[in-house]
Design a protein around this ligand. Structure first.
Ligand code: PEP
Length: 247
């Protein structure tokens, strides 16, 4: 199963549902539809209405983040996994570099992952090195630390997917070369196999994926799908990514 996950970030109002209606109708007719899953993470404000609208349809709704405390607490503007689950959303991203930059430490992320899983959300855990770390050839050590500090054997491994998103690639149009990316995804899978004792952990790639470069990514068999930011705000681009992937 491949994943095409659209991360809308701070984008979307109620009428933006039109974008998803187009993706949904494409995907319901697509001959390849049983080979992939479409997940969209709109802002919190749209989780409930979108989840209701796409219940039992081709698009699964997820959240972009969740809070590190459970159920209800006195934290202004915070949204817990419990609250997200009650909107009907099925997934949550955790550890996106935007949120790491805003203060999400490994300790906070560990709480978020634990609570999301306890509330029966599937977790897309994001990791990735920055430009300087890449330059200093620290990519593997950074990724290993990000994984080992947060993920552990006792977690429900079947509900965790990892998204490798090099920070220098997000929103920049720059993408890793095929050889480096292939090695990195292989490395991440190796670490995950060690943590979870799981045969085939799922690892996605995210960072400037578009309808043109998706063919290159397809060559890398280890990649189980994509986390797509900018291009997910256009139904045409998002659909073309799926089409070109299977062409
Ligand atoms: C992202 O923010 O998760 C992302 C992958 O963005 P983009 O596709 O725009 O690089």
């Amino acid at each position: 199963m491949k994943y095409f996950i659209g991360n809308w970030k701070m984008f979307g109002i109620p009428k933006s549902i039109n974008i998803l209606n187009k993706i949904n109708s494409f995907s319901s007719r697509d001959k390849n539809r049983n080979r992939y899953r479409v997940i969209i993470t709109p802002p919190y404000t749209l989780l409930e209405s979108f989840s209701k609208n796409f219940k039992n349809k081709r698009i699964i709704i997820g959240s972009q983040n969740c809070y590190q405390k459970d159920k209800f607490s006195s934290n202004t503007a915070a949204i817990s996994s419990y609250m997200i689950k009650k909107t009907g959303a099925k997934y949550t991203l955790i550890g996106h570099s935007d949120n790491r930059l805003e203060g999400d430490t490994d300790t906070i992320l560990k709480d978020k992952v634990k609570l999301a899983l306890e509330n029966n959300l599937k977790v897309v855990f994001c990791i990735g090195e920055n430009k300087l770390q890449k330059k200093k050839k620290q990519t593997f050590s950074v990724l290993k630390k990000q994984l080992k500090k947060v993920l552990e054997k006792k977690l429900n491994k079947n509900n965790i997917i990892v998204a490798y998103e090099p920070i220098w690639s997000i929103g920049t149009g720059k993408i890793p070369n095929q050889k480096d990316l292939s090695k990195t995804v292989y490395f991440i899978k190796h670490i995950l196999k060690n943590i979870f004792k799981k045969k085939s952990p799922e690892v996605l790639y995210g960072g400037s994926v578009d309808e043109n470069n998706v063919k290159m990514f397809k060559q890398i068999k280890e990649i189980d799908g994509f986390l797509i930011g900018g291009a997910s705000k256009s139904s045409k681009k998002f659909i073309d990514i799926i089409k070109n992937y299977y062409r």
